[in-house]
Design a protein around this ligand. Structure first.
Ligand code: SAM
Ligand code: SF4
Length: 389
């Protein structure tokens, strides 16, 4: 059974997820491109969705058979730009190719402006039981700065409707630290999100990604997000979430008990997941693969009968151990120290982090106590020289 029963930060769940199986499906279509986004996305190509869904079905059929799936995550881009029928075909292909485990988690990312009662009903009937809504903010001015198409009211209606329709878990994504967002506006956003009693909340600091309109605007003199204000916003949100009974289980993620995201837990446990669609990344049999990112290149490859692979990599043992620590230390549950953790604790950088109260050994686990300084721990891990085992 893969329903994540218990507190989302439980070490048992964190470790058990390493043995679960997932699949990610990327849907690149968006109504228009948000200025901060650097995901594999396209706007104005809605006429290609049927072709894309057929290509996804072919790609799924090309994947060698595997274990039944415990989690499916349809992300984007904007999966809610597809019809219920198209999304249903994708799930059906997956179900017939790999099978689903007992009570699988089946998630979809959706934009609030696309959310209708008929979409919600259709998704439930097709087998989706978790939805992640890209709310970002409840302040109309912040939504405008982020180039979003929805209103705060549309987001609220979408969340309430998703709950009424019977989705097992409803997640809200919020972004903090948009230039022009005041501390009061951010608190009001988090309060309004918490009043909707979400099962899960993801809070991201606005990041200026290279090659985006936002990074060009910042280079031309527009205000950039202020890291100190972002740190204050993060701490304020942590307190509000704690008071509302949500449990932080990763740097950017909170959930109610029994609502940790199975797909996320698998990724953070270095577990295995298949990946389909333009720009998707997977991890199977110890090999990490990534698909071609451009929509046209993806379609051409698959329609030509080829797997749309851009590259593959097998991590050496030490690189794998470093990766285990870097992703695992982002979780509240931390990691079993193992070979890499012991090396870290013996290094001068690791000892300094332990003395400063950033890194701690709690029982049989190694954890980062101050998530805002987690990058420091990641840098310390990357700087380690492999020790003899
Ligand atoms: C790839 S988006 C897809 C979801 C959906 N299309 C949407 O925009 O709501 C997933 C989430 O990543 C976050 N995100 C994307 N780009 C970001 C950035 N540059 N900085 C911070 N968060 C970002 C947003 O919160 C978004 O909801
Ligand atoms: S943030 Fe979401 S809607 Fe905006 S471009 Fe990226 S994937 Fe599309």
């Amino acid at each position: 059974m893969t329903v994540p029963v218990g507190s989302p930060d439980s070490p048992f769940l964190a470790d058990a997820a390493a043995g679960w199986s997932a699949a990610y499906v990327h849907i690149p279509f968006c109504a228009r491109l948000c200025p901060y986004c650097d995901f594999a996305v396209v706007a104005g190509r809605q006429d290609q969705t049927d072709r894309y869904v057929s290509a996804l079905q072919s790609e799924i059929a090309m994947e060698p058979s595997w274990r039944p799936l415990d989690a499916v995550y349809v992300g984007g881009g904007t999966p809610s730009r597809l019809t219920v029928e198209q999304l249903g075909y994708i799930l059906e292909e997956m179900r017939s190719r790999f099978g689903f485990g007992d009570r699988p988690e089946v998630s979809l990312e959706a934009n609030p402006e696309d959310w209708t009662s008929s979409l919600a009903d259709g998704l439930r009937r097709s087998g989706f039981n978790r939805v992640s809504l890209g709310v970002q903010s409840f302040d109309p001015q912040v939504l405008r700065s982020l180039g979003r198409m929805h209103t705060p009211e549309q987001a609220e209606t979408a969340v309430l409707n998703a709950r009424r329709t019977g989705f097992r878990s409803v997640n809200l994504d919020l972004i903090f630290g948009t230039p022009g967002e005041s501390a009061a506006s951010w608190r009001a956003t988090v309060d309004r999100a918490l009043n909707l009693e979400p099962d899960h909340l993801s809070l991201y600091a606005l990041t200026v990604e290279r090659g985006t309109d936002l990074s060009r605007a910042v280079a031309a003199g527009a205000p950039a997000p202020d890291p100190d204000r972002q740190a204050d916003a993060y701490e304020a949100a942590k307190e509000l979430c704690r008071a509302a009974g949500l449990v932080q289980y990763e740097v950017s993620n909170w959930a109610r008990p029994d609502h940790g995201c199975v797909y996320n837990l698998i990724i953070w446990a270095q577990g295995e997941y298949l990946a389909f669609g333009a720009g998707a990344h997977g991890h199977r049999d110890g090999v990490r693969r990534r698909n071609v990112r451009r929509l046209d290149a993806y379609l051409e490859k698959v329609e030509g009968g080829h797997r749309p692979e851009q590259g593959a990599e097998t991590l050496e043992e030490w690189a794998r151990e470093q990766e285990r620590l870097i992703i695992g230390l982002r979780r509240a549950a931390g990691v079993v120290p193992g070979w890499g953790g012991e090396t870290l604790l013996l290094s001068s950088w690791g000892r300094r982090l332990e003395r400063a109260g950033v890194l701690a050994r709690k029982g049989d686990r190694l954890t980062v106590l101050q998530p805002l300084l987690g990058d420091e721990a990641a840098r310390a891990v990357l700087a380690l020289q492999p020790r003899e085992r």
